[in-house]
Design a protein around this ligand. Structure first.
Ligand code: TYD
Length: 135
């Protein structure tokens, strides 16, 4: 089985009042966090992503709801279901990612190792395949 995503299990620090999950840069998050964004209210049937990054690493967690992350390193593919606010995946450089099948209530939290830089994106799959295979 492909193992393209590293998994992180966060400790749930909740009590009788409710749940609490902590993510710390350079600690449970394996890089210095430079940017945080979140995706929500995704229209039903919409898929997102469809890119890879040269340098950026990301940690991704569904803090509410469910979606599927489709990962591809050019040789192997893997589908990871994100549906647990205590579990995240780390996506390394040069991994093609697509997000599919968002539940209506889905909120995806993304922690990024770099500031936004469009030149770090590979948005064309053929270009990704050429780069990843060294052609
Ligand atoms: P896009 O990369 O298409 O989102 P996704 O990969 O989830 O499908 O981003 C949508 C728009 O938002 C696009 O115009 C780029 C912009 N954007 C920023 O300006 N800063 C950011 O940190 C991100 C993630 C996107």
């Amino acid at each position: 089985m492909a193992n393209l995503a590293r998994h992180i299990d966060f400790k749930e620090l909740g009590d009788a009042r409710g749940n609490l999950v902590v993510m710390e840069g350079d600690d449970s998050i394996p890089f210095h966090i430079k940017r945080i964004y979140y995706i929500y209210n995704t229209e039903q049937g919409v898929a997102r992503g469809f890119h890879a990054h040269h340098h950026l690493k990301q940690v991704i967690v569904a803090v509410r709801g469910r979606c599927e992350m489709h990962l591809d390193n050019g040789k192997e593919k893997e589908i990871v279901v994100l549906d647990d606010p205590c579990k995240a995946i780390v996506i390394d450089t040069m991994i093609w990612r697509e997000l599919h099948h968002f539940s209506e209530d889905c909120i995806i939290l993304c922690l990024a190792s770099e500031h936004y830089d469009e030149s770090d994106y590979i948005r064309d799959y053929d270009t990704f395949m050429k780069e990843v295979s060294g052609k």
